[in-house]
Write a protein of this length. Structure first.
Length: 288
């Protein structure tokens, strides 16, 4: 953590960053499940430390710190998140289907009181109401290698913008806007973008697959705006304000086609299968 804080010019955060990450890793080892990963996200101005493990059990929020300082057991059990709360400007947990991420934004100094309250976010329950004005969408010839990358990017960006909005909404209005759009998409398209049908094809190690989704027609408006904002988010990343990578050219082209099919077909257009972009052939060099 020392090197990372130095690299982004935030040496004032070293003490709290080291203290907080030590507690979270210890919690993950004692109460979580392998694999355990540590990484830094957020921005240079507001970095965030994340510890991920494979357990879906959420952390227990810390209670008041009025404990007997002579009780060694109480000092070593259940105090980790209290220390994280005192070492951060904001902290919490994201519970996902395949594990959890416990995160904190390191403070410049340790709080003398009980610190900030943690925010725990779990998977949203799918709506039970019938879709209004549904439209059936067929996404043809989806290359699964691009799909897997898209699914990962979608989930990572959703968490990134939500946590930026939770901790620093006033500083990052774009994060709040994107986070709100993600919430709308999740409600309109049930489980994100209707990707669960791909599981069978992935299990069979197929190269391509077709996807069928029934979505509300109004979701096309949200998706159109979402596609535009993804380009804005890429520029945000490239300016090194966001400590995560922007999309590659291949990712951007695939996502525009994939999301664009929802928009086109909601307007009545026929499905258009994915066509792999042709790369320019390299010039032949004659060796004499």
């Amino acid at each position: 953590m020392i090197q990372t804080c130095q690299d982004i010019g935030r040496t004032d955060l070293i003490e709290c960053a080291e203290l907080g990450v030590s507690e979270l890793v210890t919690n993950a080892v004692l109460h979580g499940a392998d694999p355990i990963q540590v990484r830094v996200r957020g921005t240079r101005e507001h970095p965030r430390v994340e510890v991920r493990d494979a357990s879906v059990e959420g952390p227990i929020l810390p209670g008041p710190l009025g404990l007997d300082p002579d009780d060694d057991l109480l000092l070593t059990f259940g105090r980790g998140l209290s220390i994280v709360a005192r070492s951060s400007d904001a902290w919490g947990a994201e519970i996902e289907s395949d594990g959890k991420v416990v995160w904190f934004a390191p403070a410049s100094q340790i709080s003398e009181d009980e610190g900030v309250e943690g925010v725990i976010h779990g998977p949203d329950a799918p709506p039970e109401d019938e879709l209004e004005d549904p439209v059936d969408v067929r996404i043809l010839g989806v290359p699964l290698r691009h799909y897997v990358g898209f699914q990962t990017h979608f989930r990572e960006l959703r968490r990134e913008v939500r946590l930026l909005a939770v901790a620093h909404e006033a500083d990052y209005p774009l994060a709040k806007t994107l986070s709100d759009l993600f919430s709308v998409l999740e409600r309109q398209l049930r489980d994100g973008i209707g990707l669960s049908d791909m599981e069978g094809a992935l299990a069979q190690n197929a190269d391509v697959a077709d996807l069928s989704v029934r979505m509300p027609r109004e979701a096309a408006t949200t998706l159109r705006r979402f596609v535009d904002l993804l380009d804005v988010a890429d520029e945000f990343c490239r300016q090194e304000r966001l400590l995560s990578l922007a999309r590659s050219d291949d990712q951007r082209e695939f996502q525009r086609w994939f999301l664009g099919e929802y928009v086109r077909q909601a307007a009545g257009a026929a499905p258009t299968a994915w066509v792999e972009p042709q790369t320019e052939p390299s010039a032949l060099r004659v060796v004499r």
